[in-house]
Design a binder for this molecule. Structure first.
Ligand code: GTQ
Length: 344
């Protein structure tokens, strides 16, 4: 008499494996993979009017003690549940009224401030007092203590850029309050000396460098425009580099200024890094994928990875200056950075 045989099948195997927390490569559906990287991040434009109005209202109804930081975040429509501007980086605007102090803390997320409106307030970074002027860039690299003091007598607004979404996806986010109400001030950023003749520094002098001044950036931009030819994809680019080494602004974040002369138009390209732009001066248009973003000073927009994009200064006589933040250093460190021109 013949024995009844149970024939095995892929479905049976999949089910039995699943119960044992196992899976097969055949279950992946390789046809859904593309020969280029795909992002869920959406191109998006935020108008200054909306950001500013929200900040002013927050100034009325949100206390700095309650909020820790009074910031308004740019949320990507595709990532609202993550409270993020892109999958790796985040832009916020911070409003500190006259007389306010945002208490010290530190975190593994790296951050910077780019000063937009107001001056004279300061951020203390690891005991170093950095007094703000419009257009200054102040870094608070990972795990540096920082608090903000506005004793200038007038309100101040700046841009915050952070790598929170990236650090979060690596499950490395941590936050620590400082044990006291304020950090003691040990020195000012003007006292940080990077170049001392040919003497070889005993420690990394750039480790103490947190403050890029607008007056220096502006002078360098002018030299660039007068002596160099523009990049065909980005115009005149001034990158905020780590002093001494010329490395990226921070390990995960590159900040830059991109200047377009009146009427200047760049050629389209795409890259595997993701960028957030903020129009600091002037007005223009950026084409991102099949969308056109018309921007004025104060507006911000996202260029998701691999989206073809180009920029145009629409003004007749005024330079346009875009501040940009990207995750390029993180991608380069992982050898995932690629870029290419895109045919028009
Ligand atoms: O100013 O310390 O936008 O800790 C997000 C987290 C700003 C800050 C942000 C922060 C800060």
């Amino acid at each position: 008499m013949k024995q009844a045989t149970v024939t095995d099948s892929v479905e049976l195997l999949n089910r039995d494996m699943s119960e044992k927390n196992l899976g097969g490569h055949w279950q992946l559906g390789l046809e859904s993979y593309l020969p280029y990287p795909e992002t869920t991040v959406q191109p998006c434009l935020w108008k200054w009017k909306d950001v500013h109005e929200s900040l002013m209202r927050a100034g009325e109804v949100v206390s700095i003690e309650q909020a820790e930081r009074r910031t308004v975040r740019l949320l990507n429509p595709a990532l609202k549940d993550r409270q993020a501007t892109t999958h790796t980086i985040q832009f916020s605007f911070q409003y500190v009224k006259a007389g306010e102090h945002a208490r010290p803390h530190r975190h593994t997320a790296a951050a910077f401030r780019f000063i937009l409106k107001g001056s004279g307030a300061y951020t203390t970074v690891n005991g170093q007092k950095c007094v703000m002027e419009e257009g200054d860039l102040i870094l608070t690299p990972q795990l540096t203590w920082h608090d903000h003091t506005n004793d200038s007598g007038k309100p101040i607004i700046w841009l915050d850029g952070l790598d929170i979404p990236l650090v979060q996806s690596l499950q490395q986010l941590l936050f620590e309050p400082y044990p006291k109400d304020a950090q003691p001030i040990e020195k000012t950023s003007d006292e940080v000396v990077l170049f001392q003749g040919s003497a070889r520094p005993s420690s990394d002098p750039a480790a103490d460098f947190f403050h890029y001044k607008w007056s220096d950036a502006q002078r360098n931009l002018r030299v660039l425009v007068e002596t160099a030819s523009p990049d065909r994809f980005d115009g005149y680019v001034l990158e905020f580099c780590k002093p001494m080494t010329g490395g990226p602004t921070m390990p995960t974040i590159q900040c830059a200024l991109k200047l377009l002369r009146p009427g200047q138009e760049t050629e389209p390209h795409r890259h595997t890094s993701t960028a957030i732009y903020h129009a600091f001066r002037g007005s223009g248009s950026s084409y991102v994928g099949d969308q056109r973003f018309d921007w004025e000073a104060g507006d911000s927009f996202v260029v998701p990875l691999w989206y073809p994009h180009r920029h145009l200064n629409r003004a007749q006589s005024e330079d346009a200056i875009l501040f940009s933040m990207s995750d390029t250093p993180a991608l380069k460190a992982l050898e995932l950075y690629r870029e290419e021109p895109v045919g028009q």
